[in-house]
Design a protein around this ligand. Structure first.
Ligand SMILES: Nc1ncnc2c1ncn2[C@@H]1O[C@H](COP(=O)(O)OP(=O)(O)OP(=O)(O)O)[C@@H](O)[C@H]1O
Length: 244
């Protein structure tokens, strides 16, 4: 299936006595924006870590671009981008130095100075990362994930801490990159973001798949009026929130 860029089958991950992911299956089509949703502790980050093989899983299989990490780690890493948490950056380094360092890891990269400008960080090249605001660091973390012109990018809570205008700027940039062929796998707690960006959504709870579909399809199936209500319905908390 050539149009499937990421395929996860029967993924199970245990942490000692906690079963964080149970028999999870998903697939992401090339060129789509796929959202993995779920409450805190549902297993979203663990799923990404297992897909990337930064964590070992107990059962199941993962294929990225038809390859698996055990056999083809180098080839896969050239083709994917991963957003690091904004607190990952070393403090005593300038934005431009960080970009240069990351770009030097790859043979092919974007024109990072131009893309940095599109992210509203063009005037920060000579600034220490420690002096960036929280939102600027967050944007930098999304930017860095795109520096190697990936075919598939993993963005974990991509706009946490961004102001409303900056969030919309990042959404617009990602939508434009999608038009150029980028596939995006994201997690988010913001349903407006999911509605604005995602072609397909998987809701998980307690490490298990609850429902998969388009945002509109999920709303329709739930009988609710919007994605936030549908999400709460599917994770079983609609009654708790009704009284607010
Ligand atoms: N290293 C670990 N050791 C033990 N348990 C862990 C570890 N990492 C995660 N867990 C547990 O696994 C479950 C899934 O955690 P995970 O971080 O994947 O959730 P999440 O959906 O990304 O949550 P959030 O939305 O809060 O970021 C949680 O119960 C968490 O406490």
């Amino acid at each position: 299936m050539d149009n499937i860029i990421l395929s996860v089958n029967g993924l199970t991950k245990n942490y000692k006595n906690i079963c964080a992911i149970k028999n999870l299956t998903l697939s992401v089509e090339r060129g789509k924006i796929f959202g993995l949703l779920g409450p805190n502790g549902a297993g979203k980050s663990t799923t990404i870590e297992c897909i990337l093989r930064t964590k070992k899983y107990n059962k199941g299989s993962v294929e990225i671009l038809g390859m698996n990490m055990e056999e083809s780690k180098k080839e896969i890493c050239k083709e994917i981008g991963v957003q690091f948490q904004a607190d990952f950056f070393p403090d005593r380094i300038k934005v431009g130095e960080m970009c240069e360092m990351m770009a030097s890891l790859y043979k092919e990269t974007v024109n990072w100075k131009s893309l940095l400008g599109k992210f509203g960080l063009g005037d920060k090249i000579k600034q220490d990362i420690s002096k960036l605001s929280g939102g600027e660091r967050q944007k930098l973390s999304v930017f860095i994930a795109l520096i190697n012109q990936p075919k598939l990018v993993f963005l974990d809570e991509l706009t946490t801490g961004l102001d409303p205008r900056a969030r919309r700027e990042v959404w617009r940039l990602l939508k434009n990159l999608q038009k150029e062929g980028l596939t995006i796998f994201l997690t988010s707690h913001y349903m407006d973001e999911v509605e604005a960006l995602c072609d397909e959504v998987l809701i998980i709870n307690n490490g298990q798949s609850v429902i998969v579909g388009t945002p509109d399809g999920i709303v329709e199936k739930s009988g609710m009026t919007n994605l936030e209500e549908a999400y709460l319905y599917y994770i079983g908390e609609e009654n708790e929130y009704e009284s607010i």
